[in-house]
Ligand binder design. Structure first.
Ligand SMILES: Cc1ncc(COP(=O)(O)O)c(C=O)c1O
Length: 368
């Protein structure tokens, strides 16, 4: 364990907070010894009583409130962003199939690797759209692809709020403009948002759009990324009417619950993690941390540029900074994620200005 604790101070490349002291209390509480299983639907308690669904509901309400859909949503705590994306796409598929439409899945090729995998698992025809060089969706590609579909087809569109490598955020406004220009029928569309990293930062940006008011139908985010849960977990939310239209009433007598989730048994301890974090930080806490991380990312960007370090890029309002891949020793020390000649730092809460100074000093010493 000493190795992991040492590595946590140079954990720069992936979007997780490597330790969260706030949560130590859960590890030592009497709750840690209990079997906590939130099997099935969060709102239907079922026959077994060893669950934390009351905490799950409050945690979900917190996120629904953040997105302004507290009176009109369905959702659950997932095992992570991947499962949340799978669920959003699954809802979209069944929503379209129930209207006798053939689902087609559109996603930009800068999307996370789990996105095309999910389409494969769901058996949906998937069309990758070439992204712009920043990683943002190319809206002309979207428009021309939508134009080529025939009238028996419906579309599930993945919208990135923070791509994995560059952190690019797609513009729902630009997407809506394409849809309106083509007069593509809204009932043939299902818009899913992958906000794995930015889910708890995006709503606080001055440039944020009211996503669900402007046409989004589902959103997935990771709980172990920006929120800082120590165990991998996530949240998926869907608009309730779309969820009902997709799945109806899936009642399973054996568990006394609805079969609305992907996994049957679900880890009830994750709901405690998230509930506790949400109580402790509150919306204002997330806003403050998000703005600090963006500022620190700007600090890193500026420092790298001032040093003359090559290929430095930060998407506006992002906490990811990309740059030329450094020497292997530094890739290893800082556990950097790399893609081709590019590497990135995800400026999470633990990456303070003084740690950034240390990182930049190491880069200087490497001679680039
Ligand atoms: C944009 C994006 N989507 C989805 C995921 C998958 O999230 P998870 O690792 O929580 O399954 C990631 C993970 O890095 C991601 O960056």
């Amino acid at each position: 364990m000493a190795e992991q604790i040492k590595n946590s101070t140079t954990y720069f490349g992936y979007p997780e907070v490597p330790e969260n002291n706030d949560l130590s209390i859960l590890g030592i509480s009497s709750l840690a010894k209990l079997h906590l299983n939130n099997a099935g639907d969060p709102w239907v308690h079922g026959n077994a009583k060893m669950h934390t669904k009351a905490f799950e509901q409050e945690a979900l309400d917190f996120v629904a409130h953040l997105y302004g859909i507290q009176d009109d949503y369905w959702g659950y705590i997932t095992s992570g962003g991947t499962e949340g994306n799978l669920y959003g796409m699954y809802t979209g598929r069944d929503y379209l199939v129930n209207q006798n439409l053939k689902p087609v899945f559109l996603f930009s090729d800068s999307s996370h690797y789990s996105i095309p995998k999910n389409a494969h698992l769901l058996g949906i025809r998937a069309i990758p759209l070439k992204a712009q060089s920043t990683g943002e969706m190319d809206y002309t590609q979207l428009e021309s692809t939508l134009q080529q579909l025939d009238e028996t087809e419906g579309v599930i569109l993945n919208i990135n709020l923070g791509t994995t490598m560059t952190g690019a955020m797609d513009s729902l406004k630009a997407i809506n403009d394409c849809i309106d220009t083509l007069q593509f029928p809204r009932e043939k569309l299902f818009l899913h948002i992958d906000a794995a990293l930015m889910g708890f930062i995006y709503p606080f940006l001055e440039t944020a759009e009211p996503l669900f008011k402007n046409g989004a139908h589902s959103i997935a985010m990771s709980g172990h990324k920006f929120p800082g849960a120590i165990h991998p977990c996530g949240i998926v939310l869907t608009k309730k009417d779309k969820h009902d239209a997709a799945f109806g009433d899936n009642w399973i007598p054996y568990v006394g619950s609805k079969d609305t989730t992907i996994s049957g048994s679900r880890n009830g301890f994750l709901a405690l993690n998230l509930w506790y974090i949400f109580q402790k930080k509150g919306l204002q806490g997330f806003k403050k941390e998000g703005m600090e991380c963006i500022e620190n990312a700007q600090y890193l960007t500026q420092k790298l540029k001032d040093m003359g370090y090559p290929d430095v890029f930060q998407f506006p309002n992002q906490i990811i900074v990309t740059f030329k891949k450094p020497i292997p020793e530094l890739v290893r020390k800082y556990q950097l994620a790399t893609q081709g000649d590019m590497a990135h730092v995800v400026v999470m809460q633990h990456i303070t200005p003084s740690r950034i100074d240390g990182f930049c000093a190491d880069l200087e010493r490497s001679g680039f």
